[in-house]
Design a protein around this ligand. Structure first.
Ligand code: PLP
Length: 368
């Protein structure tokens, strides 16, 4: 890997292939793989990641919002794309770009049918989302008859899949709750299929569901975080490789005498002589203020350098008193050794949050 000359997010496509192969190895041959590339592929680069996955012959892609799907189409992605949380204002654009909506309420179902009718569609592929306990988005079990009556009235849409989402698939203390969600989903799906007269695909598992509940793989799994190298368990993390490395450099070194302060609000007051390094990355880049004041650390020449004082918009200052280093040296925020999950835990948050926060102004460097 080249040494950093500025703040850079390196994306390792070999690691992505490794993670995809590992997750697929957990599935029976007839189970399809939907790669979740919402939020810029979890803060990496959605077009690069989606293209690589398309090359690996992934079956489906998923994004959260319509504009994310449009960007993938404009980048030449031809695989089917599920839009998990589309807003009716974008339905025309969604249809124009052959994106497939998740329909999760009577309002969105009716608005989608109305717009697909105006757009002269037949059998447009849609996905019906049921709520089985997350209580976030989705029809209720008792809505099934209503949905079916709407669908039987129209040739405009065809249900490509029925799906639901697990609330606590990573938490083995919640196994009973999860098994109940799976059971509820099975009942909903059986009733739905017997009424509608054809068999849509069924899917329920995110990454942790895929890893912990093989009995819930159904026809397809939807995996996000696993592809990016995190399995929500120490055991699974051994087989997955973080694809993103966040690196920077030392811009300047300061010598701080006893009694001097460092940074905004003079939040750090030195009680002895220290040396600090200023690093060109701040809260505008995704390193939130909660990492400041001794919580988060970076790695310089294999040693931990803790963030001192408040995180600034464009910079952090770290304590290098006992580290042999000079201006221009490389700084690791997270990589395969000190992972984004390790970094996130210093501020009591999770891998998902830190990796999706890395700002667009940081250059992406693709390692093939
Ligand atoms: C984000 C998301 C996923 C992917 O979850 P991971 O834990 O990242 O694998 C799957 N399904 C839905 C509905 C989602 O919103």
């Amino acid at each position: 890997m080249p040494k950093a000359l500025e703040t850079i997010l390196e994306l390792d496509l070999k690691a992505l292939t490794n993670n995809f192969d590992y997750l697929k190895s957990k599935l029976s041959n007839n189970v399809k793989f939907m790669a979740v590339v919402k939020a810029f592929a979890y803060g990496s680069d959605a077009c690069v990641v989606a293209k690589h996955l398309q090359h690996l012959d992934v079956d489906y892609l998923a994004v959260a919002y319509t504009n994310e799907g449009v960007a993938l189409r404009e980048a030449g992605i031809t695989k089917p794309i599920l839009v998990l949380h589309p807003q009716p204002v974008n339905f025309k654009s969604l249809i124009k770009h052959c994106l497939e909506p998740s329909l999760y309420s009577a309002k969105v179902l009716n608005e989608f049918i109305a717009i697909a009718t105006t757009e002269k569609q037949t059998n447009y592929p849609v996905h019906i989302k049921f709520n089985t306990g997350l209580n976030r988005l989705g029809f209720w079990e008792s809505d099934a008859n209503y949905i079916i009556s709407k669908l039987q009235d129209t040739e405009v849409v065809k249900v490509n899949s029925i799906f639901s989402h697990l609330a606590a698939s990573e938490d083995l203390n919640e196994t009973e709750f999860t098994l109940n969600q799976i059971k509820t989903f099975k009942t909903i799906a059986q009733d739905f299929i017997s009424e509608i007269g054809y068999t849509p695909m069924l899917h329920m598992c995110n990454t942790s569901g895929l890893l912990n509940y093989p009995e819930a793989h159904f026809d397809m799994v939807r995996s996000g975080i696993g592809l990016y190298g995190f399995g929500n368990s120490a055991h699974e993390n051994k087989f997955l490789k973080p694809i993103a490395t966040l690196k920077s450099i030392i811009s300047q070194i300061h010598r701080i005498e006893k009694g001097e302060t460092v940074g905004y609000n003079r939040a750090y007051i030195s009680d002895s002589f220290i040396k600090t390094a200023t690093i060109p990355i701040g809260h505008a880049d995704g390193i939130g203020r909660q990492y400041g004041n001794g919580n988060g650390f970076v790695t310089i020449n294999n040693q931990k350098a803790f963030i001192i004082g408040n995180v600034c918009m464009d910079m952090i200052m770290v304590d290098i008193t006992n580290i042999d280093c000079k201006e221009g040296d490389e700084v690791i925020v997270f990589d395969k050794n000190t992972t984004a999950e390790d970094f996130a835990s210093t501020a009591n948050t999770i891998s998902y949050e830190i990796i999706t926060s890395i700002s667009r102004r940081i250059k992406r460097n693709i390692i093939k």
